[in-house]
Write a protein that binds this ligand. Structure first.
Ligand code: GDP
Length: 403
């Protein structure tokens, strides 16, 4: 890691290690370099690069992951020194996306993002592949950073990659109407929607489980939930709403991924309420909150009502919790693990979602003017009145300002 304040750099490096473990690696060692500008040829200065080479040889690592974006020439330069495969942060995140994409659209989007990432690096990749073939680099075949498009696609020339990308874009565009129709349907039914967003590993899946009693897979892995999963939930007073989980955010999410996962994030922009889950056991969750908000703003979801859900209350530092509470007006402290605060959260959700504004049919056996004027006083709009043998059939709607 080069540059930045060192506490910030350490956090970022820890996150990189967590990401690498999510991708199935074992992290053996970590290095920080305090240097304001990366070396144009090898990214790290020569002393640090040499230190990394020694460590790689000593612990028997097969990959070096750099917590930054590397120019193709820097990656090659560094590979020449450390003698193992070098990948950068974006490459690693793409790798995780490739492992976790489930739906057809998710897969298409990941492949598109991988090709976008690959295209400007095409020559670099070719070089490193030929070196790899020569036996100097790399260990066990399709390791980190090489999942996804696969060997045959790596050999595609630029033109064919562009054609493939165009095809993927068309496919993705064709998948959109189905999703929009689904969304329109939700709107028509006037079912309020709540989206769970938040930093990786903040506890989104665990919270989804708490709120819905659904058996969603929870694993101690970032990006356990890549594809939008929509579930049903209801408030304590019985108002149904949809609850959707979203892909975990990472700090400095590469822009090409923001584009690629727009559909997932678009879903958040359409929600009536965002539960922004924050890991309160993190020493400085402010950076995570800012990162999530940045991405929400990128997808125009910043105007959606937001509740900051400070999760992991059981493991949180009190001063951190107090600090966030002073800054953020709408917070609730919960533990998805112990259930603490979850009832309070359910209440808050209940108060924050719009009431479905669908007409209600009431049959009032002995309706008279008194009942009608009392309904008016309660801000109930009476749409129609039909007198039947059983009584008065009223079609009513709660006025929007009362929802
Ligand atoms: P997601 O990536 O945001 O969906 O997070 P998960 O729900 O998968 O949780 C990530 C990790 O945090 C898992 O190991 C959970 O067991 C753990 N976790 C979730 N909620 C809590 C909590 O309230 N307290 C503690 N101590 N750990 C939690």
């Amino acid at each position: 890691y080069v540059g930045g304040q060192s506490a910030e750099a350490e956090h970022s490096l820890r996150e990189l290690a967590a990401l690498a473990e999510t991708a199935g690696s074992t992290v053996l060692d970590g290095f920080l370099q305090k240097k304001s500008t990366p070396d144009p040829g090898t990214f790290f200065g020569s002393g640090k690069a040499e230190q990394i080479r020694e460590a790689v040889a000593e612990v028997g690592a097969d990959t070096v992951i750099v917590d930054s974006e590397l120019a193709p020439s820097q990656r090659r330069g560094l590979e020449d020194i450390v003698k193992v495969k070098v990948i950068d942060r974006t490459g690693l995140i793409l790798d995780i996306f490739a492992q976790h994409a489930q739906s057809r659209e998710g897969k298409a989007q990941v492949e598109l993002a991988q090709l976008e990432y690959l295209l400007p690096r095409l020559r670099g990749w070719g070089d490193s592949m030929s070196r790899q073939a020569g036996g100097q680099v790399g260990g066990a075949g399709a390791g980190m950073g090489s999942r996804g498009p696969g060997e045959t696609k790596i050999e595609l020339d630029r033109r064919r990659i562009n054609q493939r990308m165009a095809k993927l874009r068309r496919e993705i565009a064709n998948m959109k109407p189905a999703r929009e129709a689904k969304r329109a349907n939700r709107r028509r039914n006037a079912v309020p929607s709540v989206a769970i967003a938040g930093y990786t590993n903040a506890g989104k899946s665990s919270l989804l489980n708490r709120l819905t009693d659904a058996g969603v897979l929870v694993e101690n892995a970032l990006f356990a939930t890549l594809d939008p999963t929509v579930r049903k939930a209801s408030t304590p007073d019985g108002i149904g709403y949809t609850l959707s989980d979203t892909v975990g955010f990472v700090r400095a999410l590469p822009t090409q991924l923001v584009e690629a996962f727009r559909s997932t994030l678009e879903e958040v922009a359409d929600a009536d309420l965002i539960l922004h889950v924050v890991d309160a056991s993190h020493p400085e969750p402010e950076g995570q909150i800012a990162a999530v908000r940045q991405v929400l703003a990128d997808v125009e979801a910043h105007e959606v009502d937001e509740i900051i859900v400070l999760n992991k209350a059981d493991a949180a530092e009190w001063d951190v919790v107090e600090r966030i509470r002073r800054r953020e007006p709408h917070t609730v402290l919960v533990s998805a693990r112990t259930g603490e605060g979850v009832e309070e959260l359910k209440e808050l959700i209940s108060q924050s979602i719009p009431r479905p504004n669908v007409p209600l049919e009431l049959l009032v056996p002995y309706a008279d003017g008194d009942i009608v004027s009392r309904l008016h006083a309660e801000d109930v709009e009476i749409l129609s009145t039909t007198y039947t043998e059983e009584g008065t059939q009223l079609s009513v709607r709660v006025r929007p300002e009362m929802t």
